[in-house]
Design a protein around this ligand. Sequence first.
Ligand code: SAM
Ligand code: SF4
Length: 340
Amino acid sequence: MRASTPGPAPGSHLIDRYGRIATDLRVSLTDRCNLRCGYCMPPEGLPWLPSPTLLTDDEVIRLVRVAVERLGITEVRYTGGEPLLRPGLLKIVEATAALRPRPTICLTTNGIGLDRLAAPLAAAGLDRVNISLDTLDPERFYRLARRHRLPDVLAGITAAAEAGLNPVKLNAVLIRGINDDEAPALLEYALSHGYELRFIEQMPLDAQHSWRRDTMVTADEIVEMLSLHHRLEPDPTERGSAPAEMWLVDGGPQRVGIIGSVTRPFCGACDRTRLTADGQVRSCLFSRDESDLRTTLRNGASDEELAIAWRRAMWGKKAGHGIDDPSFLQPERPMSAIGG
Ligand code: SAM
Ligand code: SF4
């Protein structure tokens, strides 16, 4: 990628100096969570963001509107922390669905509470859901997430499918020594229910800073493990900016995805911009700087002034996440406070 020109053109979409255009907005609705996945949060939890700093529902809706109407955002994904804990979620989804051009609306969730909320969310306009599922074994679930909530997650997955949020996508992170032998069983579960499973390489985004490159389960290993049970062939469908490399299972049409964020980075095709629950724009998961849209908004900025600030924030997006650089430093915010 070659960097160019001094700044974003007025009225432009969210373009960066390398020519990438962000059309996919990830909004974190809360940093709180009812699980404690070790690759994300410490067992004791974290100091939550102070309430006055959190965007209100109306502030979230306004910023999403600016992103859709003025900045070319076509897909909005709500995440967290655990987005189902946000009391105003239904109202926010409904308001997002009323925007024109209507964006695709997605949710990433741990599934707890989805048994109750899947149908109302679908009725409010939610199009798709990704549910995190790292294991099918209750004891392992407890070791991974420190809560006995596997039955709630499974009930949430069933409810999402029944509500028509199809294809239901499942996200799994494999941790060596805990669930790294479970890739084939997770795939059997997904195939037998018609869900689309994707494995995500563990990234250095845990609050405890305990990630280690040499113990991470890699995309190559996952392909190898699955290939002992299934014939995997690269899906010839164009990948575009999607982070998951898709594989056809036993000739298709069912597929499995592998997101090699660390060993097979896709930064060159990244089309994402992020908004944290406290109103900071991040151009990358791994950014170490943020742009404070909340203060700009609360100081009375117009929609166009907000759009200008957002464009400026994205212009500075780095070429890549740099995990392999000797100078790499993990961002201050853990995954739960960024929004995965
Ligand atoms: N609480 C929701 C959930 O778990 O789906 C949404 C937020 S969570 C941060 C979003 C996704 O990020 C989940 O699929 C989770 O497994 C993944 N994730 C969290 N920490 C990660 C890490 N260090 N490396 C890779 N994926 C991670
Ligand atoms: Fe909570 Fe999701 Fe982080 Fe697990 S990955 S602790 S469910 S925010």
